[in-house]
Design a protein around this ligand. Sequence first.
Ligand code: ASP
Length: 444
Amino acid sequence: MIRKVAKFGGTSMANADTIRRVATIIKNDPAIHFVVVSAPGRRQKGDLKVTDLLYQVAKEAEEKGTIQSFQLVEARILEIAKGLDLVDFITPYLIATKNAILDDMSLPFIVSRGEYFSSLLLAKYLNYTWVDAKDCIVFRGSTLNYPSSNQKTRKLLNKMAYVVMGGFYGENGLGDIKVMERGGSDITGAIVARAIKANVYENWTDVDGFLVADPDIVHHPKLIEEMTYKELRVLSFMGAEVLHSETYYPVMRAKIPIHIRNTFNPTTEGTYISPSLGHRGDSLVTGIAGLQDFTLIVVEKELMSEVVGLDRKILSIAEKLGIIIEHFPSGTDTFSMMIESKYLENGIKDQFIQLIKKTIKPDYLEVTEDVSLISIIGRNLMANNYNMLRLFTALVNDNITLKMIDYGSSGVNIVIGVSDDDYAFAIKTLYKEFIEDDEEEEQE
Ligand code: ASP
């Protein structure tokens, strides 16, 4: 028997119409046994998500000791309930929650109530069992405890079927509600999928799936049909925003595929993220993603490569200053560091440089700002050196200067550094070379 977990995001839960859509998707697929939902999201551009409103309530509670702004949350929940004919059902929960907030003004409790209400409403509308996420998801302090959450969820849900629960929150064993990072409902869905050993974790959102490149840079980029977890990890790290970047941990261990689907276009196949690939073609480049605003620091010292521990000294200075180094390509007697510029703000850059100078007395130290990293992701890229020739030729032909290259240390991507000014242009160039031109070839 196939068992699926389906998680629906905020846009899917935004109003009564979208929730009816969600219900139709669930009813049309008997394999969906477990449903995880976000709080109601934006109804249109410029609208606030219910979780945003709840953060405002928490701020008011902290600053003024009042919760006037909870009215706006009540209005949104009642509007949805009205459309689903569930006003009588939800009203007592709204009253009880308001009193509970007056009792417990803690931020996590307040901001978790969006998922609480949306899960209650959907469970009632579908006539499914409602499970309070606090009975499954465990925090130690304020940190999500994956093993305990897995165990507790498995214990509770394994005996059940046709369940709806809210994402994003859990409990710390002392009766306090805790929340994950924003967007964390994706993680709850993954924990549930692992706990009940689902065959697939469907993540329903408001886009068709992951795109090969940023649509703000490339006009109508292709959809990624299929990729591995490792490619997903790189893509998410480089800024792709479809899924919370931690989502893949729980399901990867259990080898459960993630299937991104669009609530508003349910007939498209979406993006399939899987431990074993091959069911939908095999592309050379899965995605091209990038991050801007890095600083490159190059340190040179005669005979540096013969001395043990100089690089460790530099790294421990970075550690003390809380600097994360993204890449450190090194050469004979040189050591360079690619660092996201945000780690070097407020005087940290000068401190870092002074400490390096004091500790290892370099012969030469150069700082280049406004560098971008672009990752060309593809599990098959490294199989053939010819791909490197294509990459270099395309960049040279378009006059794009390379500042750094990391060839395949992760096994699934090549990372290049270019100036921030060349960033968008380089992505377009690479898209044309590896995606458009290959597509044209296939069609010929
Ligand atoms: N409702 C939370 C947020 O807006 C969590 C989520 O939607 O996943 O961030």
